[in-house]
Design a protein around this ligand. Structure first.
Ligand SMILES: [Fe+2]
Ligand SMILES: [Fe+2]
Length: 473
């Protein structure tokens, strides 16, 4: 295949045309990826023309390329952020040495595992969201869903590039395995718990994009600090896409909250289930669920793996280069909220083994800023209600709190109290059935389902009634 063809099919800035070995690996992988996309990608819309953004370069112009695309023809490219000249390893035992352009032999297995774990989440979310197009609340939202989906596909490409380019034969085997696991499958599940949960409705989708894509942001940000430079540069570019996913989540939930508040005001009631919108307590229960399963993604409070990733200069902290400590943390301490027998306590632990908790702290603070913006919408409507993040011990399956029951306000409670109250805290079957009952598709340009407000502005400056998705007859 000629150079021009290759750049056309797989836009990239990794000199794919000059790397025969990588070309061959990707030529073999690409048809399998497309088979996976047709089998597990957006169901019912593979022939539709979608107004999508495609990355064709890493500068601002290459980024802002919008066009009509059928999703299977999307040009999934491979982009690394521009190299930082003379970049030095910012943390850990190798701090201050030049970054690695190749995989250091002693860290090969660890790095491969980190890349595979990140890579596995990307196709997983596409699988989780594959039926949502059938119930879209508008063409605007449908297009945003598909934008997120194709970009998660591109994130998979990004991780497969690293595996194929730097890990030889076992890297290629891992690339294949990424297409073989399936979200929620009992026999071959995705690696991480939250990525095996169903995403059955649009409230779940927006909550997922707000909470679970944000975990992605924090994982990518700490991998962007890595001493292995190709990983760092890959993750830095992925972060620019992740920002859009969280925008979709935050504004999606915000628009649902706004619509609910409008109906509450009009009807002078908080009993809005008969009025076609989602009541605030149900939104809170969905929030509790998605927040808690996303908190699990950060791992155990105390983790020697996390310490080793850091000491080996493979995975840093969030905004590592902005920290003004020694960036080795051998003697430093960090306050960790955990269990002490029957009590929730915060106590100092070695900073190195507490790195998961530190990242979780950064994440929770970021989530809280988004929740505060939702609460502004409620307050502006003059309604006396506040959405809150659940305590980090609530409904956890990983770490110290997995052993006990914790209420959303942080109280340690008995099994009996949990049994008596969990229906107030987590989505019930009735909640899910009610939300599902609202999910009827709206596909007229400019129209929105009655349970969600229209967005403040269109995508890429397009007017309110723009046809973001064209269906083929
Ligand atoms: Fe992603
Ligand atoms: Fe994402």
């Amino acid at each position: 295949m000629s150079r021009i063809d290759y750049l056309e099919r797989i836009p990239n800035n990794v000199d794919l045309a000059g790397n025969r070995r990588l070309q061959r690996a990707l030529e073999e992988w690409q048809p399998k990826f497309l088979d996976w996309w047709m089998e597990m990608g957006p169901e019912g819309f593979q022939a539709a023309d979608v107004y999508l953004r495609t990355a064709v370069g890493v500068d601002a112009q290459g980024w802002a390329h919008f066009d009509w695309v059928r999703m299977p023809e999307y040009r999934w490219g491979i982009f690394l952020a521009e190299p930082e000249p003379q970049r030095l390893i910012p943390f850990g035992d190798h701090k201050g040495k030049p970054v690695w352009a190749e995989v250091p032999g002693e860290y090969r297995a660890t790095l491969r595992r980190l890349i595979v774990t990140q890579g596995d989440t990307e196709p997983a979310s596409v699988e989780q969201q594959r039926h949502l197009g059938r119930t879209c609340p508008s063409l605007y939202d449908l297009r945003n869903l598909f934008q997120v989906n194709v970009e998660e596909g591109r994130h998979l490409w990004a991780m497969v590039y690293l595996l194929d380019a730097y890990f030889g034969r076992d890297g290629r085997e891992e690339s294949e395995a990424l297409l073989q696991r399936r979200s929620g499958d009992a026999d071959k599940p995705r690696i991480l718990g939250a990525f095996n949960e169903p995403t059955p409705d649009w409230l779940s989708f927006f909550m997922f994009s707000f909470f679970t894509d944000r975990d992605g942001k924090y994982q990518l940000a700490s991998l962007a600090e890595s001493g292995f430079d190709p990983l760092s540069r890959t993750c830095r570019f992925m972060l620019t896409e992740e920002a859009h996913h969280m925008f979709v989540g935050e504004t999606g939930v915000g628009r649902i909250v706004q619509r609910t508040c409008e109906v509450m005001r009009e009807g002078k009631t908080d009993d809005v289930r008969g009025r076609g919108v989602i009541d605030l307590p149900t939104i809170q229960r969905y929030l509790n669920f998605h927040c808690s399963v996303s908190l699990d993604l950060f791992g155990s409070e105390i983790s020697t793996n996390a310490a080793n990733f850091y000491t080996n200069s493979l995975k840093g902290r969030f905004e590592e280069t902005k920290r003004d400590d020694d960036r080795q943390l051998k003697t430093a301490l960090f306050p960790v909220t955990t269990l002490d027998g029957e009590r929730v306590v915060t106590r100092d632990e070695p900073a190195l083994t507490s790195l998961n908790e530190r990242l979780r702290d950064d994440y929770v603070a970021d989530c809280a800023r988004g929740v505060a913006r939702w609460n502004q919408v409620i307050a502006r409507a003059g309604i006396d209600f506040e959405l809150t993040l659940p305590h980090r011990g609530f409904h956890r399956a990983i770490g110290a709190f997995a052993e006990v029951k914790v209420a959303p306000d942080g109280r340690l409670i008995s099994e009996a109290e949990w049994d008596a109250h969990h229906r107030e805290w987590l989505p019930t079957d009735e909640d899910r059935a009610y939300v599902a009952s609202l999910m009827t598709p709206v596909t007229q340009p400019g129209a929105f389902a009655p349970w969600i407000a229209s967005p403040a502005r269109g995508i890429n400056g397009q007017p309110a009634d723009f046809t973001y998705v064209r269906f083929t007859p």
